[in-house]
Design a protein around this ligand. Structure first.
Ligand code: SF4
Ligand code: FES
Length: 336
Protein backbone atom coordinates (compact mmCIF):
# COMPACT_ATOMS: atom_id res chain seq x y z
CA UNK A 1 0.00 0.00 0.00
CA UNK A 2 1.51 3.30 -1.04
CA UNK A 3 1.35 6.17 1.44
CA UNK A 4 1.01 9.58 -0.09
CA UNK A 5 3.62 12.07 1.10
CA UNK A 6 2.02 15.22 2.47
CA UNK A 7 3.33 18.28 0.69
CA UNK A 8 4.34 21.46 2.54
CA UNK A 9 2.61 24.73 1.83
CA UNK A 10 4.84 27.78 1.52
CA UNK A 11 4.00 31.40 0.73
CA UNK A 12 6.67 33.60 -0.80
CA UNK A 13 5.94 37.28 -1.36
CA UNK A 14 2.23 36.49 -1.07
CA UNK A 15 2.30 33.65 -3.62
CA UNK A 16 1.58 30.15 -2.36
CA UNK A 17 2.83 26.82 -3.65
CA UNK A 18 3.17 23.25 -2.38
CA UNK A 19 6.47 21.41 -2.34
CA UNK A 20 7.82 18.06 -1.23
CA UNK A 21 9.35 17.94 2.27
CA UNK A 22 13.09 18.58 2.06
CA UNK A 23 12.76 21.25 -0.64
CA UNK A 24 14.76 24.41 0.00
CA UNK A 25 13.12 27.84 0.08
CA UNK A 26 15.11 28.78 -3.03
CA UNK A 27 13.82 25.80 -5.00
CA UNK A 28 10.28 26.54 -3.82
CA UNK A 29 10.73 30.12 -5.04
CA UNK A 30 11.92 28.79 -8.41
CA UNK A 31 8.77 26.68 -8.55
CA UNK A 32 6.75 29.90 -8.19
CA UNK A 33 9.11 31.70 -10.58
CA UNK A 34 9.18 35.34 -11.55
CA UNK A 35 10.48 38.16 -9.46
CA UNK A 36 10.39 36.41 -6.11
CA UNK A 37 13.28 34.06 -6.90
CA UNK A 38 16.32 35.11 -4.84
CA UNK A 39 19.65 35.45 -6.68
CA UNK A 40 22.22 32.69 -6.11
CA UNK A 41 25.96 33.10 -6.53
CA UNK A 42 27.14 29.80 -5.06
CA UNK A 43 24.11 27.47 -5.19
CA UNK A 44 24.01 25.50 -8.45
CA UNK A 45 21.34 22.83 -8.72
CA UNK A 46 23.27 20.43 -10.97
CA UNK A 47 26.13 20.37 -8.43
CA UNK A 48 25.59 18.30 -5.32
CA UNK A 49 26.14 20.10 -1.98
CA UNK A 50 26.53 23.54 -3.54
CA UNK A 51 25.27 26.62 -1.71
CA UNK A 52 25.62 28.15 1.73
CA UNK A 53 28.72 30.19 0.97
CA UNK A 54 27.85 33.55 -0.56
CA UNK A 55 24.69 34.71 1.27
CA UNK A 56 23.20 36.46 -1.78
CA UNK A 57 20.08 34.31 -1.45
CA UNK A 58 19.13 35.67 1.99
CA UNK A 59 15.40 35.96 2.69
CA UNK A 60 13.21 36.90 5.63
CA UNK A 61 11.09 34.14 7.17
CA UNK A 62 8.14 36.01 8.66
CA UNK A 63 6.36 32.83 9.79
CA UNK A 64 8.36 29.70 10.64
CA UNK A 65 5.58 27.16 10.14
CA UNK A 66 1.97 26.40 10.94
CA UNK A 67 3.06 24.56 14.09
CA UNK A 68 5.46 27.31 15.21
CA UNK A 69 4.47 30.61 13.58
CA UNK A 70 7.24 32.66 15.17
CA UNK A 71 9.36 34.55 12.63
CA UNK A 72 13.00 33.55 12.30
CA UNK A 73 15.14 36.10 14.12
CA UNK A 74 17.67 36.60 11.30
CA UNK A 75 17.68 36.48 7.53
CA UNK A 76 18.32 32.93 6.30
CA UNK A 77 20.17 31.52 3.29
CA UNK A 78 17.26 30.29 1.16
CA UNK A 79 19.40 27.76 -0.72
CA UNK A 80 20.18 25.90 2.50
CA UNK A 81 16.97 26.36 4.51
CA UNK A 82 14.27 23.73 4.16
CA UNK A 83 10.61 24.59 3.74
CA UNK A 84 8.30 23.93 6.72
CA UNK A 85 4.56 23.47 6.33
CA UNK A 86 2.80 26.84 6.45
CA UNK A 87 6.03 28.85 6.19
CA UNK A 88 5.83 32.45 4.99
CA UNK A 89 8.82 34.07 3.33
CA UNK A 90 9.55 37.56 2.12
CA UNK A 91 12.07 38.27 -0.57
CA UNK A 92 11.05 41.09 -2.83
CA UNK A 93 8.58 42.42 -0.28
CA UNK A 94 11.06 42.64 2.59
CA UNK A 95 13.10 45.75 3.08
CA UNK A 96 15.27 43.79 5.52
CA UNK A 97 16.10 41.28 2.77
CA UNK A 98 16.94 44.03 0.30
CA UNK A 99 19.17 45.72 2.88
CA UNK A 100 20.85 42.38 3.64
CA UNK A 101 21.48 41.74 -0.05
CA UNK A 102 22.91 45.19 -0.44
CA UNK A 103 25.33 44.50 2.43
CA UNK A 104 26.33 41.12 0.94
CA UNK A 105 26.94 42.78 -2.43
CA UNK A 106 29.13 45.38 -0.78
CA UNK A 107 31.02 42.63 1.03
CA UNK A 108 31.57 40.62 -2.18
CA UNK A 109 32.85 43.75 -3.87
CA UNK A 110 35.37 44.55 -1.12
CA UNK A 111 37.99 42.53 -2.96
CA UNK A 112 36.48 42.09 -6.41
CA UNK A 113 38.02 44.54 -8.90
CA UNK A 114 35.65 46.73 -10.89
CA UNK A 115 37.31 45.74 -14.15
CA UNK A 116 34.15 44.90 -16.10
CA UNK A 117 35.36 46.95 -19.11
CA UNK A 118 38.21 44.46 -19.64
CA UNK A 119 36.60 41.32 -18.24
CA UNK A 120 35.33 38.62 -20.62
CA UNK A 121 32.52 37.77 -18.22
CA UNK A 122 30.99 41.25 -18.46
CA UNK A 123 27.40 40.99 -19.62
CA UNK A 124 27.06 37.50 -18.15
CA UNK A 125 28.43 38.13 -14.66
CA UNK A 126 26.14 37.54 -11.69
CA UNK A 127 28.13 39.92 -9.51
CA UNK A 128 27.78 42.60 -12.16
CA UNK A 129 24.00 42.08 -12.13
CA UNK A 130 23.94 42.11 -8.34
CA UNK A 131 26.10 45.24 -8.17
CA UNK A 132 23.85 46.84 -10.74
CA UNK A 133 20.74 46.21 -8.66
CA UNK A 134 22.07 46.51 -5.13
CA UNK A 135 25.53 48.03 -5.34
CA UNK A 136 26.55 51.26 -3.68
CA UNK A 137 28.56 53.85 -5.53
CA UNK A 138 31.53 54.11 -3.20
CA UNK A 139 33.54 51.68 -1.13
CA UNK A 140 33.79 52.09 2.63
CA UNK A 141 37.00 50.15 3.00
CA UNK A 142 40.42 51.75 3.23
CA UNK A 143 42.30 48.48 2.75
CA UNK A 144 43.88 47.57 -0.55
CA UNK A 145 42.16 44.81 -2.51
CA UNK A 146 43.73 41.37 -2.42
CA UNK A 147 46.26 40.72 -5.17
CA UNK A 148 47.75 37.44 -6.38
CA UNK A 149 50.64 36.25 -8.49
CA UNK A 150 49.28 35.19 -11.90
CA UNK A 151 48.99 31.41 -12.09
CA UNK A 152 48.96 29.29 -15.24
CA UNK A 153 46.33 26.55 -14.90
CA UNK A 154 46.61 25.21 -18.42
CA UNK A 155 46.12 26.13 -22.08
CA UNK A 156 42.33 26.44 -22.06
CA UNK A 157 41.31 28.16 -18.85
CA UNK A 158 42.39 31.56 -17.59
CA UNK A 159 42.34 32.13 -13.84
CA UNK A 160 41.98 35.67 -12.48
CA UNK A 161 42.14 34.95 -8.79
CA UNK A 162 41.42 38.54 -7.76
CA UNK A 163 37.93 38.19 -9.28
CA UNK A 164 37.11 34.99 -7.39
CA UNK A 165 34.39 35.14 -4.75
CA UNK A 166 35.22 31.67 -3.37
CA UNK A 167 31.83 30.18 -4.17
CA UNK A 168 33.48 26.75 -4.69
CA UNK A 169 31.30 25.86 -7.68
CA UNK A 170 34.39 25.12 -9.80
CA UNK A 171 35.80 22.84 -7.12
CA UNK A 172 32.52 20.92 -6.90
CA UNK A 173 32.27 20.72 -10.71
CA UNK A 174 35.82 19.37 -10.96
CA UNK A 175 35.08 16.92 -8.15
CA UNK A 176 31.85 15.69 -9.60
CA UNK A 177 32.57 15.75 -13.35
CA UNK A 178 36.15 14.63 -13.67
CA UNK A 179 37.99 11.56 -12.48
CA UNK A 180 40.72 13.38 -10.63
CA UNK A 181 40.42 16.59 -8.75
CA UNK A 182 43.40 18.76 -9.47
CA UNK A 183 42.44 22.06 -7.95
CA UNK A 184 40.79 23.37 -4.85
CA UNK A 185 40.65 26.16 -2.32
CA UNK A 186 44.02 26.51 -0.67
CA UNK A 187 44.65 28.39 2.57
CA UNK A 188 42.05 29.98 4.80
CA UNK A 189 40.12 33.22 5.39
CA UNK A 190 41.61 36.28 3.74
CA UNK A 191 44.37 34.15 2.20
CA UNK A 192 42.05 31.59 0.60
CA UNK A 193 42.58 31.10 -3.13
CA UNK A 194 41.70 28.76 -5.96
CA UNK A 195 44.79 26.99 -7.14
CA UNK A 196 46.06 23.83 -8.78
CA UNK A 197 48.03 21.80 -6.31
CA UNK A 198 51.71 21.89 -7.26
CA UNK A 199 50.77 23.93 -10.34
CA UNK A 200 49.38 20.89 -12.11
CA UNK A 201 47.50 21.88 -15.28
CA UNK A 202 43.79 21.17 -15.48
CA UNK A 203 43.48 18.76 -18.38
CA UNK A 204 40.47 16.53 -17.77
CA UNK A 205 37.98 15.98 -20.60
CA UNK A 206 35.20 17.87 -18.81
CA UNK A 207 37.19 20.45 -16.88
CA UNK A 208 36.09 23.26 -19.26
CA UNK A 209 32.73 23.22 -17.47
CA UNK A 210 34.30 25.12 -14.57
CA UNK A 211 34.17 28.16 -16.87
CA UNK A 212 30.40 27.84 -17.22
CA UNK A 213 29.75 27.43 -13.50
CA UNK A 214 31.94 30.35 -12.39
CA UNK A 215 29.51 33.19 -11.58
CA UNK A 216 32.16 35.86 -12.14
CA UNK A 217 35.13 36.32 -14.48
CA UNK A 218 37.61 34.36 -12.36
CA UNK A 219 37.64 31.43 -14.80
CA UNK A 220 37.31 32.35 -18.47
CA UNK A 221 37.86 30.63 -21.81
CA UNK A 222 41.40 31.24 -23.02
CA UNK A 223 40.49 30.33 -26.61
CA UNK A 224 37.96 33.19 -26.66
CA UNK A 225 39.94 35.67 -24.61
CA UNK A 226 39.24 39.28 -25.58
CA UNK A 227 37.72 38.03 -28.87
CA UNK A 228 34.48 39.99 -28.51
CA UNK A 229 32.17 41.54 -25.96
CA UNK A 230 29.43 38.99 -25.39
CA UNK A 231 26.66 41.40 -26.42
CA UNK A 232 28.19 41.71 -29.90
CA UNK A 233 27.87 37.96 -30.48
CA UNK A 234 24.80 35.95 -31.48
CA UNK A 235 24.07 32.76 -29.51
CA UNK A 236 22.96 29.81 -31.66
CA UNK A 237 21.86 26.33 -30.57
CA UNK A 238 24.03 23.80 -32.37
CA UNK A 239 24.87 20.12 -32.11
CA UNK A 240 27.53 17.75 -33.31
CA UNK A 241 28.07 14.01 -33.08
CA UNK A 242 30.43 13.73 -30.17
CA UNK A 243 31.49 10.48 -28.55
CA UNK A 244 32.22 12.05 -25.17
CA UNK A 245 29.23 14.32 -24.48
CA UNK A 246 25.76 15.00 -25.87
CA UNK A 247 27.27 17.41 -28.43
CA UNK A 248 24.52 19.95 -27.65
CA UNK A 249 26.04 23.37 -27.20
CA UNK A 250 25.61 27.08 -27.81
CA UNK A 251 27.82 28.73 -30.41
CA UNK A 252 28.47 32.43 -29.82
CA UNK A 253 28.84 33.76 -33.36
CA UNK A 254 30.22 36.91 -34.87
CA UNK A 255 29.24 36.73 -38.53
CA UNK A 256 30.37 33.27 -39.64
CA UNK A 257 33.03 33.05 -36.97
CA UNK A 258 32.52 30.92 -33.87
CA UNK A 259 33.93 33.09 -31.12
CA UNK A 260 33.11 30.79 -28.20
CA UNK A 261 31.34 27.53 -27.43
CA UNK A 262 29.47 27.02 -24.14
CA UNK A 263 27.03 24.55 -22.66
CA UNK A 264 23.31 25.32 -22.87
CA UNK A 265 22.02 27.03 -19.75
CA UNK A 266 18.57 27.59 -18.27
CA UNK A 267 17.00 30.78 -16.93
CA UNK A 268 19.01 30.49 -13.72
CA UNK A 269 22.22 30.21 -15.74
CA UNK A 270 22.63 26.58 -14.76
CA UNK A 271 24.04 24.13 -17.30
CA UNK A 272 21.46 21.81 -18.85
CA UNK A 273 24.00 19.28 -20.14
CA UNK A 274 27.75 19.32 -19.51
CA UNK A 275 29.92 19.45 -22.63
CA UNK A 276 33.42 18.07 -23.19
CA UNK A 277 36.61 20.05 -23.78
CA UNK A 278 36.78 19.02 -27.43
CA UNK A 279 33.37 20.56 -28.23
CA UNK A 280 34.15 23.65 -26.17
CA UNK A 281 37.71 24.44 -27.19
CA UNK A 282 38.53 22.62 -30.43
CA UNK A 283 35.38 22.74 -32.59
CA UNK A 284 35.49 26.29 -33.87
CA UNK A 285 34.62 25.53 -37.53
CA UNK A 286 31.02 25.91 -38.70
CA UNK A 287 31.35 22.71 -40.77
CA UNK A 288 31.76 20.78 -37.51
CA UNK A 289 28.31 21.75 -36.23
CA UNK A 290 24.66 21.48 -37.24
CA UNK A 291 22.98 24.79 -36.46
CA UNK A 292 19.54 24.33 -34.88
CA UNK A 293 18.55 27.99 -34.58
CA UNK A 294 18.95 31.13 -32.45
CA UNK A 295 19.24 30.66 -28.68
CA UNK A 296 17.01 32.79 -26.51
CA UNK A 297 18.85 33.90 -23.37
CA UNK A 298 16.12 33.90 -20.77
CA UNK A 299 18.02 34.66 -17.60
CA UNK A 300 17.66 38.03 -15.97
CA UNK A 301 20.81 39.88 -16.94
CA UNK A 302 22.08 42.99 -18.63
CA UNK A 303 22.81 40.81 -21.67
CA UNK A 304 19.17 39.80 -22.11
CA UNK A 305 18.26 43.49 -22.00
CA UNK A 306 20.95 44.17 -24.57
CA UNK A 307 21.63 47.57 -23.11
CA UNK A 308 22.78 49.05 -19.85
CA UNK A 309 19.54 50.47 -18.60
CA UNK A 310 18.02 49.85 -15.22
CA UNK A 311 15.44 47.03 -15.59
CA UNK A 312 11.85 48.16 -15.23
CA UNK A 313 11.17 45.33 -12.79
CA UNK A 314 14.12 46.24 -10.60
CA UNK A 315 14.24 43.96 -7.54
CA UNK A 316 13.93 46.59 -4.87
CA UNK A 317 11.05 47.18 -2.56
CA UNK A 318 10.79 50.91 -2.56
CA UNK A 319 10.43 51.50 -6.28
CA UNK A 320 8.65 48.28 -7.15
CA UNK A 321 4.91 48.64 -7.54
CA UNK A 322 4.43 44.87 -7.68
CA UNK A 323 6.09 44.56 -4.26
CA UNK A 324 3.81 47.26 -2.86
CA UNK A 325 0.76 45.49 -4.23
CA UNK A 326 1.75 42.24 -2.55
CA UNK A 327 2.60 43.98 0.70
CA UNK A 328 -0.74 45.70 0.80
CA UNK A 329 -2.63 42.49 -0.02
CA UNK A 330 -0.62 40.81 2.70
CA UNK A 331 -1.79 43.36 5.22
CA UNK A 332 1.78 44.55 5.82
CA UNK A 333 2.81 48.14 6.06
CA UNK A 334 4.76 49.32 3.04
CA UNK A 335 7.56 51.78 3.62
CA UNK A 336 7.75 54.44 0.96
S1 SF4 B 1 36.99 30.55 -9.51
FE1 SF4 B 1 34.84 31.10 -9.95
S2 SF4 B 1 33.70 29.16 -9.62
FE2 SF4 B 1 35.72 28.92 -8.64
S3 SF4 B 1 35.39 29.54 -6.49
FE3 SF4 B 1 36.12 31.35 -7.59
S4 SF4 B 1 34.24 32.42 -8.23
FE4 SF4 B 1 33.65 30.34 -7.68
S1 FES C 1 23.27 30.97 -3.10
FE1 FES C 1 22.66 30.61 -1.06
S2 FES C 1 24.40 31.09 0.09
FE2 FES C 1 25.07 31.32 -1.95
Amino acid sequence: MSTEIKKFKITIDGQTTEVMPGTSILEAARQIGGKSVPPAMCYYKPLESSGGRCRTCLVEVSKGSEADPRPMPKLVASCRTGVMDGMEVKNLTSEKTQEGRKAVTEFLLVNHPLDCPVCDQAGECHLQDLGYEHGVQATRTDFERRTFEPEDIGPYIKLHMNRCILCARCVLAANQLTEEREHGILFRGDHAEISTYLNKALDNDFIGNVIDVCPVGALTDRTARFASRVWFTKPMNASCSCGKCSGKAVLWMKGDEIVRVTARKDQYDEVEEWICNECRFDRKELSQWTIEGPRHISRHSVISLNHYQKPADEHTLLSNSHAKEISTADGQKTEN
